[in-house]
Design a protein around this ligand. Structure first.
Ligand SMILES: *Cc1c(COP(=O)(O)O)cnc(C)c1O
Length: 391
């Protein structure tokens, strides 16, 4: 008999009742160190006092009014995002996949309004993940996500990850945009080298294409910059954001330059919940923390410390781990053992990591984790590795 919850997830046999900082507690009192953050969502950890305050005080006043009216919290969050990024304008969604939908629509509308309606194609890369909507799965294109769900939304051209030559060859008079994650998340924590992001920007400029960056996972301080593309010194035309921006409240956004957004006039797009007062009140509180230079400096310091300890871990356990990669606190440990075995053995040691493609386990801790948490995380990974070696 089908379970009452549609069984689309492979869930671990764990159930948490409380969270605080980088720690999660089960009903029977086991305390887990959370290096997953609900897949890079709880950027400020669990139950951060500033987020609890933002949510509860907003909840006392007003939950929802719809976008038929002005929403001051939405305006405030948009202003903060515009102040701190390349963007001139922001649309709020409830998720990353909805941000992907708008990014695709915005790119196509841009060229339609420019009198080039044939320009509809978007170049994407193997191993990418852009959400589970029809556009999102068509954009990523993997068989795992698309099989059985046809007909797929047309207009995506898939290239191998890192295939820069292929990009130039794939551009035709139908091409509208290039869409890429600066650091692939689900694909196994694969960073796009700065030089490659710069080259993609240059290609877009040369051919008049829009550069769409998916920073749903790598954005919001995760890599030690507010947004990951800042490391490469470039700016996109359109950017998708979600996950960390809500700190655990479902919130996403599309950020865009005035030019790229020029087709999106009144009535062209909308959302009932997107940018509602609760989500945006929390988003403002998240931004107040992560957009601060001192906060980001701490992320980078802690990332350096964690990475150095992980290098030691790999050296001590070459049969379990192969390499560490990623940026900031978005790290991947490529495993020699099966990654899912490492994740499951971690649970036995009250340690939470997240599997990804390419036999990687992801470490996406709250950006607020402490030095003691880092030492504890590495010691639990050591214990886990030792158990796997003995098995
Ligand atoms: C998680 C993710 C998405 C989809 O976000 P949802 O909120 O799950 O819809 C899109 N792109 C990337 C890079 C992601 O990591």
């Amino acid at each position: 008999m089908i379970p009452s919850v549609l069984p689309t997830y492979n869930r671990a046999p764990l159930e948490f009742v409380k969270g605080e900082g980088a720690w999660l507690t089960t009903a029977d009192g086991r305390r887990f160190l959370d290096l997953g953050s609900g897949i890079a969502v709880n950027a400020l950890g669990h139950a951060h006092p500033a987020l609890v305050e933002a949510l509860t005080s907003q909840a006392q006043n007003l939950w929802h009014v719809s976008n038929l009216y002005h929403i001051p919290q939405q305006q405030a969050l948009a202003d903060r995002l515009v102040e701190h990024t390349f963007a001139d304008t922001v649309f709020f969604t409830n998720s990353g996949t909805e941000a992907c939908e708008l990014a695709v629509k915005m790119a196509r509308k841009y060229f339609y309004d420019k009198g080039q309606p044939e320009r509809v194609e978007i170049i994407t890369f193997d191993g990418s993940f852009h959400g589970r909507s029809s556009a999102g799965i068509a954009a990523a294109g993997s068989e795992k996500m698309t099989k059985g769900f046809g007909p797929l939304l047309p207009g995506f051209v898939h290239l191998a990850f890192g295939d820069l030559d292929g990009v130039t060859d794939a551009i035709t008079d139908k091409t509208a945009a290039i869409m890429i994650e600066p650091v692939q998340g689900e694909g196994g924590i694969r960073p796009v080298p700065d030089a490659e992001l710069k080259a993609l920007r240059a290609i877009c400029d040369e051919h008049g294409l829009l550069l769409i960056l998916d920073e749903v996972q790598c954005g919001v301080g995760r890599t030690g910059k507010l947004f990951a593309h800042e490391w490469a010194g470039i700016a996109p035309d359109i950017m998708m954001v979600a996950k960390g921006i809500g700190g655990g409240f479902p919130l996403g956004a599309v950020l865009a330059s005035e030019e790229a957004a020029s087709g999106m006039t009144a009535g062209t797009h909308g959302s009932t919940y997107g940018g509602n007062p609760l989500g945006c009140a929390v988003g403002c509180a998240v931004m107040d923390h992560v957009a601060d230079a001192a906060f980001l400096a701490e992320v980078n310091r802690k990332a350096g410390l964690l990475r150095q300890k992980l290098e030691g871990l790999i050296a001590d356990h070459p049969e379990v781990f192969e390499e560490v990669r990623g940026a900031g606190l978005m790290l991947g440990l490529k495993c020699k053992a099966a990654n899912i075995d490492v994740v499951n053995a971690g649970y036995e040691n009250e340690l939470i990591t997240v599997p990804a493609a390419d036999n990687v386990i992801r470490l996406l801790p709250p950006l607020t984790l402490t030095d003691e948490d880092i030492a504890e995380a590495v010691s639990r990974l050591e214990k886990t590795a030792t158990q796997i070696e003995a098995a």
